[in-house]
Write a protein that binds this ligand. Structure first.
Ligand code: FES
Ligand SMILES: [Fe+2]
Length: 374
């Protein structure tokens, strides 16, 4: 929802919003799934959701169901939720605890959690059949700052290369060790790109978010990632010892060893193609976006705190949760109104202002990623 900024050097005169078909066309949506969501590193959740061997959850990426689990040796793994016998879904429940194996509910082919086939009734009678030839198929999985990311490409860009600009960048925020206090799921009737564009500017903040505008002026701060798949910057929190909360006061202890400058900043980054990362002094919020069609996006929002913030009665993490739940809903509503408008025959691309240099940069990256860059 944010990013604001004095920095206008990246503003390119003449930048315009995307044509309407990018928000409405099923064909373009199919291209996005194929060229972006099956090829990029997509955030599916947090390693902390899988504390023990056998813990798993299902992730739906680009129409695929993927089992993300922790195996008996403690290693995190991802497997397509597809049996090697006749293709049946292996797991039906969204999350849970597996025994030491995964057994297909159809004819009982059985796999270890690292994906090896160890049981296949009557297949020993089949000439030339070797169980070793039928492991589960496993997309690439990476862990970064406690986030789990999956890449469905058969030959994905190595994670360390794709995420090079971000690796180590937020170490001081201690994100991998934070605890989840809350998660809220939203169902938004808007294209996923509208959510990204909206998050990438605060020109709308005085109008849409009067509460936020009081705590952090939209003209404050600066962008520090202005081109490429990762974009954003910070805003200044005006109140000393304050944060973005309903009360305006910090609602937790600092998340990490933060220098004084970070105690009065909120950082906002878009991480292509489905993660929004918002860093406050006292909590980290992240959104993951799950496009379901040209005009529909499921969004999860989660709030992470230092463990001490969750055990000290004088602190109220809900102060931050409620603030952003309110702000999220303000954003989703205006995005739904945008979706309705850009779907009109009357809509033609409009001009971006210098305060919208980040959404313009995001659009450029999107067009590159989908292969439509001019
Ligand atoms: S489809 Fe899985 S065992 Fe037959
Ligand atoms: Fe917003």
């Amino acid at each position: 929802m944010t990013s604001f900024f004095k920095t206008t050097e990246m503003y390119r005169q003449g930048a315009r919003t995307l044509p309407g078909r990018y928000y409405t066309s099923p064909e373009i949506f199919a291209e996005e799934v194929e060229r972006i969501f099956t090829r990029r590193w997509v955030c599916v959740g947090r390693a902390a959701e899988l504390p023990d061997p056998g813990d798993y959850f299902l992730a739906d990426v680009a129409g695929e169901s993927v089992i993300v689990l922790r195996d008996q040796g403690g290693t995190l793994r991802a497997h397509y939720n597809v049996c090697r016998h006749r293709g049946t879904r292996l797991c039906e429940e969204r999350r849970g605890r597996l025994s030491e194996t995964i057994q297909c509910p159809y004819h009982a082919w059985t796999y270890t959690l690292d994906g090896q086939l160890i049981g296949a009734p009557h297949m020993s009678e089949v000439e030339g059949f070797h169980k070793r030839d039928y492991p589960l198929r496993s997309p690439a999985l990476a862990e970064w700052e406690g986030f789990l990311l999956i890449n469905l490409a058969p030959d994905p860009e190595p994670f360390a290369q794709a995420f090079a600009p971000l690796i180590g960048r937020f170490a001081r925020f201690n994100i991998a060790n934070l605890r989840s206090a809350r998660r809220i799921d939203y169902d938004v009737r808007a294209n996923w790109k509208l959510i990204f564009q909206n998050y990438s500017e605060c020109l709308h903040c005085p109008v849409i978010h009067p509460e936020l505008a009081k705590l952090a002026p939209y003209t404050s701060g600066e962008n520090d990632l202005v081109d490429g798949p990762f974009l954003g910057g910070y805003m200044t929190i005006t109140r000393e010892g304050g944060s973005l909360t309903l009360s305006g006061r910090a609602c937790g202890v600092p998340v990490g060893e933060l220098p004084a400058t970070d105690l009065s900043r909120a950082y906002f980054y878009t991480i292509f193609p489905n993660l929004l990362l918002s860093l406050h002094p006292d909590y980290v919020m992240f959104h993951t976006l799950w496009p379901e069609g040209p005009a529909r996006t499921r969004i999860t929002c989660e709030w992470l705190f230092h463990a001490d913030s969750l055990s000290r009665p004088e602190l109220d993490p809900e102060d931050g949760v409620r603030f952003w739940d309110m702000t999220n809903r303000q954003d989703w509503h205006i995005c739904e109104q945008s979706q309705a408008g850009v779907s009109s025959r009357a809509y033609v691309p409009g001009p971006y202002s210098p305060r919208e240099s980040v959404p313009a940069a995001w659009d450029r990256e999107f067009l590159r990623a989908i292969g439509h860059a001019g």
